[in-house]
Design a protein around this ligand. Structure first.
Ligand SMILES: Cc1ncc(C[n+]2csc(CCOP(=O)(O)OP(=O)(O)O)c2C)c(N)n1
Ligand SMILES: [Mg+2]
Length: 577
């Protein structure tokens, strides 16, 4: 059955058919035809944000909290270019979003028309796929294809740029359209020979490690991972993108590897004889200097994206497939506990000798890590924690105990300051019954806090912990360590209360609270937990000199991990082998 309607109506109808319930965006000239039928939709709620970057990050937060595709919408030119950062962010972290942008009328494309930007060209290298639609008849099929591509295989952002005349033209709408995606067939079933090879290496290894990345949760395979780990007794490390995929409290969990990873997790990789990489990409923040990364280890590398395998480190056994299927097949192929007692003992020893710790300040000021510990214990592991980028992000990764997959949402690959508040808004809209905390830096917060207005008006009661160290702290930390304490342009002077975050919160219709002393932390967190009719912002004024440890300096070997300034763990003593 076909129905006659405009391209814009067909767009909204298609969005309804693919199951969209929330769209984050801002209207403008080229996309205006689409906003008219959107006004009438009872299935699709449009959330008017304050900046398109917020729309993009909100779509990412929504996608990560729900597992569905997030949607953002913007007009041509500056509206579309404001989406570039969140699109790049989603690309790096494999987050399924669809960005819909208006484009100038097809006859004007290429003429430098008012608000023309070649957004499909601009986003070509940072989208999984993108479309420029100039014919109304193509709109429904393109939408169906965009959602299919975003959500299947390795998830990622897809852009659909639609010219204004295509939105305005009349067309015949029918559903479902037939997708035309020849050649797009992601391989999900792993090859059985590769699984056998992997099982053989596992059986031969004395020091195996399950090196787990964001792909495992994306494949919905955390239960399978737990079974594989418990069946075999193989220790686990979870990357920044995988926090919560394996319970932090589990004795086999060695923590997060990488530049700010735990000694036991970094040590596990460096001393391993077999890394079983699952949905990971051997990122430089994990490997450190590549030539000295896990020097004794053979590599099994499973990923749904064949382009990741052997990209940075040669895989002895490459496995292309969906992590859920890969892990299930490994469970069947391995089918017994290995003799890893020595190995487990070595790693547990490291974990005990070098737990995460931090400096407390004698002047009674607040340690940011203490705020994280208290949040973790008062709020608990059922909440979502959404971080910005910087020191606070690393402390949130280190000092909050994650027990549930997907509960730590952050910008890993791109490291986008300004991610937290809008992404928390998106997460809360996707999961309204869950508690959602944004953990933000005073620098990051000043990039996107205008979405607090959106939260207040749309009734999205997120909670924001601003870790206010008065500085672009992570950059300052590098200046402390590598630039002779020459603090060029990192002092935000936020401690002079410009802006005053409590007043700012108040101005945005939120509750603003401030906490400056360790003894007040519990009470302020509890107070925030009691407020559910409005967003809450807590200004945690913390010591400027707190640092993130452990640390592997960029480009150096993981073997040179420091647990504090000029303090290295003594590997040799631990490592009898
Ligand atoms: C958009 C953007 N600009 C610059 C950077 C570089 N950068 C990384 S961390 C950081 C400091 C962040 O400051 P703040 O939000 O206060 O967090 P803190 O490190 O103090 O916890 C900067 C500037 C970035 N990651 N993203
Ligand atoms: Mg800061």
């Amino acid at each position: 059955m076909t129905e006659r309607m405009t391209g814009a109506q067909a767009l909204v109808r298609a969005l309804e058919h693919v199951g969209v319930d929330t769209v984050f965006g801002i209207p403008g000239g080229a996309i205006l035809p689409a906003y008219d039928p959107l006004y009438d939709s009872v299935k699709v709620r449009h959330v008017l944000v304050r900046h398109e970057q917020g729309a993009g990050h909100a779509a990412e937060g929504y996608a990560q909290a729900t597992g569905k595709v997030g949607v953002c919408m913007a007009t041509s030119g500056p509206g579309a270019t404001n989406l570039v950062t969140p699109i790049a962010d989603a690309y790096m972290d494999s987050v399924p979003i669809v960005a819909i942008t208006g484009q100038v009328a097809s006859a004007a494309i290429g003429t430098d028309a008012f608000q023309e930007a070649d957004i499909s060209g601009i986003t070509m290298p940072i989208t999984k796929h993108n479309f420029l639609v100039t014919d109304a008849a193509d709109i429904p099929r393109t939408i169906m294809e965009a959602f299919h591509i975003a959500a299947t295989g390795r998830p990622g952002p897809v852009l659909v740029d639609i010219s204004k005349d295509a939105l305005q033209a009349q067309t015949e709408f029918h559903w479902p359209p037939t997708m035309q995606l020849p050649g797009y067939r992601p391989v999900t079933r792993p090859h059985s020979k590769q699984i056998r090879e992997a099982a053989k290496l596992i059986a031969e290894s004395k020091r195996p490690v399950l090196y787990v990345g964001g792909g495992v949760h994306k494949a919905g395979a955390s239960d399978e991972l737990l079974r594989l780990a418990e069946l075999t007794g193989i220790p686990v490390v979870t990357t920044l993108m995988a926090r919560g995929t394996f319970p932090d409290s589990h004795p086999l969990h060695m923590g997060m590897p990488g530049m700010h990873g735990s000694v036991s997790a970094v040590g596990a990789l460096q001393k391993s004889d077999l890394l079983i990489g699952l949905g990971v990409r051997f990122d430089d923040r994990v490997t450190g200097q590549l030539s000295t990364f896990a020097p004794h280890a053979k590599i099994v590398h499973a990923d749904i994206d064949p382009a990741e395998i052997s990209k940075n480190r040669h895989a002895d056994v490459p496995i292309v497939g969906d992590c859920k299927e890969v892990i299930n097949d490994l469970i069947n192929a391995v089918d017994r506990k290995g003799d890893y007692a020595e190995w487990q003992k070595l790693l547990s020893g490291m974990k005990e000798t070098y737990p995460l710790g931090y400096e407390e300040f004698s002047d009674g000021s607040l340690a940011p890590q203490y705020v994280m510990e208290r949040l973790s214990s008062i709020v608990g592991p059922d909440a979502f924690y959404v971080a910005g980028v910087g020191q606070h992000q690393m402390w949130a990764a280190q000092f909050i105990g994650y027990e549930n997959p997907g509960t730590f949402i952050n910008s890993g690959g791109l490291g986008t300051m300004g991610f937290a508040v809008p992404a928390a808004m998106g997460a809360k809209m996707g999961r309204p019954d869950s508690v959602v905390w944004a953990i933000d830096g005073d620098g990051c917060f000043q990039m996107t806090n205008q979405e607090l207005a959106t939260c207040a008006i749309e009734g999205v009661p997120i909670k924001v912990a601003v870790i206010n160290n008065g500085n672009l702290g992570m950059v300052r930390q590098w200046q402390t360590l590598f630039y002779n304490e020459r603090y060029s342009n990192t002092d935000l002077k936020t401690t002079q209360r410009i802006p005053d975050f409590v007043k700012l919160a108040d101005a945005y219709g939120c509750v603003g609270l401030r906490c400056e002393r360790p003894e007040d932390v519990d009470a302020v967190i509890k107070e925030a937990m009691e407020i559910n009719d409005r967003p809450v912002v807590i200004d945690f004024v913390v010591h400027a000199d707190a640092m993130v440890w452990p640390m592997v300096a960029a480009g150096t070997s993981n073997d040179n991990i420091k647990i504090a300034r000029d303090m290295a763990p003594t590997w040799e003593k631990d490592d009898s082998a």
